[in-house]
Design a protein around this ligand. Structure first.
Ligand SMILES: C[S@@+](CC[C@H](N)C(=O)[O-])C[C@H]1O[C@@H](n2cnc3c(N)ncnc32)[C@H](O)[C@@H]1O
Length: 300
């Protein structure tokens, strides 16, 4: 899934893999067909929410619930886990799998994040996460890198309230700002800064250009994304077609990877890694890895 071998995974990934219940069974025959049909019908449901600027209040409501649970349960980190990561049938490398534990997706996502962070953020001074939500990635970064400066941005004020309490919980400063990725306001990233997004650009549809220009103007050391990348689905696969339809109905990110390829062809950025991990929720695959960096005159 990650283009590496188990012995090269960082200890934090191995601990997550060892401690969580990652048992699953591959669904085949009639069972697989039933899931394909369920996913297809789900993608056609008339009440599916479509992402966009109108959804800010929905996110605020959701994260406010997590904030209250975090406060009421003595800053227990488990209360920060988003409620949507709990499907019992998941997409895993071309198969539908039935997982034994509801936490499977979140655990696999966490093991992936540890590896991605060790690969790309070991040499930066600061990481700024855009659309950080309840801050679980910042919490993992705080555990993995004791010296790293951390900053989380989100348009939902409850996210900033959670990060303030999370900073107390992990005993580390965590900067938090309200920030709208549709209309980025100036924000100094500083030298040797890593940018991270996870299931956040997803929400932008095709309106990612202002954010991309914001990054190009700031010249971060590395930009790392775990996002659903619709262009990575195979053209001639029914399994991928159902995920593509869901992605399109939800108005998720599109055109970002082609735009990065265009910038790479113009030698304005270096596209360092594009990797479909094959992990998904039930409806689509939100964990495709894209890594790039601006080419500055100095570095070029
Ligand atoms: C699916 S959640 C992912 C949260 C977090 N990255 C994670 O992996 O748990 C999407 C996040 O993006 C945020 N978001 C969506 N659109 C945004 C925008 N235009 N500006 C800032 N944040 C946004 C939401 O508030 C939410 O926190």
């Amino acid at each position: 899934m990650l283009g590496t071998t188990a012995d090269r995974l960082p200890p934090a990934s191995l601990r997550t893999l060892a401690n969580d219940d990652l048992a699953f069974e591959v669904l085949s025959g009639d069972e697989r067909e039933r899931q394909l049909l369920r996913a297809l019908r789900g993608a056609e449901a008339p009440d599916l929410t479509v992402s966009g600027p109108h959804r800010a209040a929905d996110w605020e409501r959701g994260w406010n619930e997590n904030l209250r649970a975090f406060e009421n349960e003595a800053l227990e980190p488990a209360t920060l886990m988003p409620k949507y990561n709990r499907h019992r049938v998941l997409r895993l490398q071309g198969e539908y799998v039935r997982v034994a534990a509801a936490e499977f997706e979140y655990a696999a996502y966490t093991a992936i994040r540890h590896h991605v962070f060790a690969s790309w953020f070991a040499d930066v001074d600061r990481v700024v996460e855009y659309g950080c939500g309840t801050g679980t990635s910042l919490m993992l970064l705080a555990q993995q890198f004791p010296q790293l400066q951390l900053c989380g941005l989100d348009w939902a004020p409850s996210s900033q309230a959670i990060l303030a309490k999370l900073a107390t919980r992990v005993g580390r400063a965590i900067e938090a700002h309200r920030f709208d990725m549709f209309e980025p306001t100036p924000l100094e990233l500083g030298p040797r800064c890593g940018v991270f997004t996870s299931a956040a650009m997803e929400q932008l549809g095709d309106r990612f250009e202002p954010l991309l220009q914001h990054w190009l103007a700031q010249d971060p050391a590395i930009c790392v994304h775990l996002e659903p990348i619709v262009e990575q689905y195979a053209e001639n696969s029914l399994f991928d077609e159902v995920a593509r339809r869901y992605h399109e109905r939800r108005g998720y990110l599109r055109g970002f990877l082609p735009r990065l390829r265009e910038l790479a062809a113009q030698r304005r950025i270096e596209l360092v890694e594009v990797r479909r991990t094959g992990l998904g929720s039930f409806f689509h695959e939100g964990y495709t890895l894209v890594v790039w960096r601006p080419i500055t005159r100095g570095r070029a």
